[in-house]
Design a binder for this molecule. Sequence first.
Ligand SMILES: [Ca+2]
Ligand SMILES: [Ca+2]
Length: 300
Amino acid sequence: MNMKRFIIPLILFLLILLNSCNTLNLNIKSEKNSEAPTPEKPSGPPQIEGMAYIPGGWFEMGSRRASNERPVHRVFVKPFYLDIKEVTVFEFRQFCDATRRKMPKQPEWSSNNHPVVNVTWYQAKAYAKWAGKRLPTEAEWEFAARGGENSGLRYSYQESNFYGNHYGNVADESIRRLKGRFPSVEGYDDGYEYTAPVGSFISNTFGVFDMDGNVLEWCSDWYSKSYYKQSPAENPKGPAQGRYKVIRGGSWNRSGKYLRVTYRTFYHPKVQFNFVGFRCAKDAPEPPAATPMVVADKEK
Ligand SMILES: [Ca+2]
Ligand SMILES: [Ca+2]
């Protein structure tokens, strides 16, 4: 009698327990089935081979070191892409072959993977158009050269690290050994008397190479010594007209003050030099606008 009193509740308890387990199992399965799809990774800007995405932003453009770099002024550049390397001899020859142009004569010390030189501004512009790109503005060039970390950088890298380390191809002990007396960075030996193959040195924080050296680079802007005094704050593109085009960066035959990121010089767009080349830029898609909040219409 006593046993029966225990067995019936025990069976009932076991039945309830079994039922609970089944329910739990079903719930787990149902949770698995209704599992939300893996959220997509936030899509960044599209990657373009051979180009770095430069996020854009405000920065202090210019310096107090030269009259044409004054005044230091706040400038905004919108996001853009920039070739991580200077345009090479090989690439420029492809353009010449495709468009039946005469390849500009390259120095005997150059080869396919070296930056193309002896190109006029017009040739550089035509190459950029053929490649579906354009030349960078000098504001874009300076923004990219600064690496985005610190608008006060004097070089494309931390100033204290430039001299004495392999950060770029400039006039150094190599050219002095070859030519004797030559204005060069004393105590710095990058191993290249003339141009180096593009990307031979470390990149800056944006992943772009050779901003401080190798070859000077054509920009899209006309040059004006006093442009910074009236430059628009956002996406400046240079004066509407002029006689010379802006050139930026250092080169294998430049040292000292010519290597800093703010240095501006200029040449007539039809000249060709064995220390002047270029790289291309490209517009980036505008960042997506914030989704507008939808307010439900209570009347409906
Ligand atoms: Ca050198
Ligand atoms: Ca360069």
